[in-house]
Design a protein around this ligand. Structure first.
Ligand SMILES: NC(=O)c1ccc[n+]([C@@H]2O[C@H](COP(=O)([O-])OP(=O)(O)OC[C@H]3O[C@@H](n4cnc5c(N)ncnc54)[C@H](OP(=O)(O)O)[C@@H]3O)[C@@H](O)[C@H]2O)c1
Length: 163
């Protein structure tokens, strides 16, 4: 059973601003969708509130300390990352943690695979990741994307595999 993480960050490690993802990069979103499709996805309550609906084609699990937090019917609510992982692993060997900051940090300790997108921009925002230490991991750039009319920023995707 494995834990994978997928995130996109700016060069200064910002992942979110005003409760939302601070860029619109359709091809990067397509990479997220392609990579996570068919797998359970686990997210914090604020990440869920950014989408306000279940991401289709995936089992969606939301973590909140509020036992009576209202989610749409198809979404499962869990009180902690450990409980969410335990539940997700009942239906799939690979489970993706998709945010936010606290859950990336907590899941990093257990993860064997990390998909990191680096967006080539300095962005101000309240959701900031720490610098993860990829010593003891093998890292490979799997995609490079230039800035174009649909993508305000260039980005690259790195796949990190724990050795
Ligand atoms: N760029 C990316 O790849 C990416 C990915 C995901 C999200 N984002 C962005 O990041 C922002 C949201 O992330 P965030 O870090 O602010 O919030 P978050 O992790 O999505 O959600 C935080 C909430 O999770 C619950 N929580 C946190 N720690 C917990 C614990 N130990 N046990 C149980 N529940 C816990 C709490 O919910 P309750 O208050 O309900 O208890 C807390 O308010 C948004 O801007 C979003 O767009 C970006």
């Amino acid at each position: 059973m494995s834990v994978s993480i997928i995130f996109a960050r700016s060069t200064n490690y910002c992942i979110g601003k005003d409760g939302q993802i601070p860029w619109h990069l359709p091809d990067e979103f397509a990479h997220f969708k392609r990579t996570t499709l068919g797998k359970p996805i686990i997210m914090g309550r604020k990440t869920y509130e950014d989408h306000q609906s279940a991401l289709p084609g995936r089992r969606n699990i939301v973590i909140s300390r509020q036992a009576n937090y209202q989610v749409v019917d198809s979404i499962e609510l869990q009180p902690s990352l450990d409980k969410a992982l335990e539940s997700a692993h009942k239906s799939s060997d690979e489970v993706f943690v998709i945010g936010g900051v606290h859950f990336f940090v907590e899941a990093f300790k257990k993860a064997s695979l990390v998909y990191e997108t680096i967006v080539e921009a300095d962005i101000e925002g309240e959701a900031i990741l720490p610098v993860f230490d990829f010593n003891g991991w093998e890292s490979q750039v799997i995609e490079r994307h230039k800035k174009d009319e649909k993508h305000a920023y260039a980005y690259r995707v790195i796949k990190h595999m724990r050795l």
